[in-house]
Design a protein around this ligand. Structure first.
Ligand SMILES: Cc1cc2nc3c(=O)[nH]c(=O)nc-3n(C[C@H](O)[C@H](O)[C@H](O)COP(=O)(O)OP(=O)(O)OC[C@H]3O[C@@H](n4cnc5c(N)ncnc54)[C@H](O)[C@@H]3O)c2cc1C
Length: 407
């Protein structure tokens, strides 16, 4: 173990990627997570992963965990398919990379896109970190000095390390202190998420929904229905038993996630009031929002599991500059949250975790001073992170009438 001690606030996918990377590099790490346990609240369903997250998983996970990841990921064809409101296929759009290139056309390596189940991925990312995890710890503030940084928690406890990483999501307490000027903005859009059992979805959705990254239909109001499949090549519990026996893994059936969204004014309640609705009510509201579409769409939504629905508040970071770091930095949604139009937020958070892990390895090896390593990391991370935030806002405006980013 090196001398360096790293404190991470937040055990989302970004924080856990960093923690796995530091474990690899034999760097002392502790992860402080507000939730009381990994199962404290629903974490969402399908996640689209692209080369950033797939590369991160390859780099940071030990071979046995990566084998579980690989066996449970649905590698998709590299298209987003546009549907009519009658759910017929209009066109298939090739996925594009960071600089607008068609990923499919340029690609001759491992599959560059996958749909995975978020809970399964989180279990994989948590495995092996049990001794580093501190659940039920909400960071309130920190104090930074020449000899390190102390993190303070709402239960009165504290922890001291050489560096603190704010991986604590869009309402980051670390960002509030490190970059008080950095803001977030309401995207103007409401979305309701639910889960369709595969048996209900398969006979109704086009074949492309089951093999592409995502399919989406929208109307003249830009109210949309999004559909994305998660088909496990190997069921998660079986994959864990085969490749990494002993890691906790809940089993899951194949499913199709459905998202009904649009500008706030097309929904009967505010996001706040929607949080108080039951899953069944949210399902009814989602179906009702599609009432003017040919009947198939609303019926499909009504065939979803009623307990699975939840509302999502869509906020975006507003790109900004950060002052030079000393021993506190940020990653993922804590600094560059984006609307989910591109399915990129977790990818970029995992890329950050990998990049920061490499930078901290150089510090642990004595090759770089901490402040220089963090400055180099932040230069790269802010450039690509905010590039994707802007891209997501542009596509969000086109597809769902998202508010433009404030100047
Ligand atoms: C509905 C939806 C669908 C999405 N689909 C995709 C997709 O397909 N592909 C994709 O790449 N991205 C997608 N995203 C975006 C993606 O979920 C996020 O970008 C990603 O989860 C960010 O990871 P993170 O680790 O930075 O933050 P988070 O996942 O938000 O994790 C932050 C963690 O910090 C904890 N925390 C918060 N405050 C504190 C505190 N004060 N102290 C301690 N802990 C704290 C939280 O409990 C949480 O566990 C989607 C987002 C949504 C909402």
């Amino acid at each position: 173990m090196s001398e360096l001690k790293v404190l991470i606030a937040g055990a989302g996918l970004g924080g856990l990627t960093l923690a796995q990377s530091l474990r690899n590099h034999k760097i002392d790490v502790a992860v402080f997570e507000r939730d009381a346990s990994p199962w404290d609240r629903p974490q969402g369903y399908r996640l689209h992963l692209d080369a950033d997250a797939l590369g991160a998983a390859r780099e940071v996970l030990p071979a046995d965990l990566h084998a579980v990841f690989d066996a449970t990921a649905q590698y998709t064809e590299a298209f987003t398919t546009i549907l009519g409101t009658d759910l017929s296929v209009i066109k298939r759009l090739p996925a594009r990379g960071e600089h607008g290139e068609e990923v499919w056309a340029a690609h001759d390596g491992p599959a560059p896109h996958a749909n995975v189940d978020r809970a399964t991925l989180r279990q994989i990312m948590l495995a092996g970190l049990e001794d580093a995890m501190r659940f039920g710890k909400t960071l309130s503030h920190y104090q930074s000095s020449a000899d390190g940084v102390t993190a303070y928690f709402t239960d009165g406890s504290r922890a001291h390390g050489h560096v603190l990483v704010g991986a604590d999501g869009i309402r980051s307490a670390v960002r509030r202190q490190r970059a008080p000027h950095a803001g977030t903005a309401d995207a103007g859009v409401t979305a309701l998420y639910g889960r369709l059992p595969m048996a209900a979805a398969e006979p109704v959705v086009p074949a492309e929904t089951l093999k592409d990254i995502f399919t989406i239909a929208s109307d003249e109001r830009k109210v949309f229905l999004g559909l994305g499949s998660v088909r496990f090549p190997t069921p998660p519990a079986e994959a864990a038993a085969r490749f990494a026996p002993g890691i906790p893994m809940r089993d899951q059936d194949d499913y199709v996630v459905c998202i009904v969204g649009g500008r706030h004014e097309f929904f009967p309640h505010t996001d706040g009031a929607m949080r108080a609705c039951s899953g069944e009510e949210l399902r009814r509201i989602a179906a009702e929002t599609l009432r003017d579409w040919p009947t198939g769409a609303a019926e499909l939504v009504l065939s979803a599991d009623p307990t699975s629905f939840f509302p999502v508040e869509m906020y975006t970071s507003v790109p900004t500059a950060l002052d030079a770091p000393t021993n506190v930095t940020l990653l993922g949604d804590a600094v560059h949250a984006m609307t989910p139009t591109l399915g990129r937020g977790a990818n970029v958070a995992m890329r950050d975790g990998t990049l920061l892990g490499r930078a901290l390895k150089k510090v642990a090896d004595g090759q770089l001073a901490l402040a220089d390593a963090l400055a180099a990391y932040e230069r790269d991370m802010l450039a690509y992170g905010f590039r994707v935030v802007r891209q997501a806002a542009r596509v969000g405006q086109e597809r769902m009438a998202q508010n433009p980013l404030p100047e």
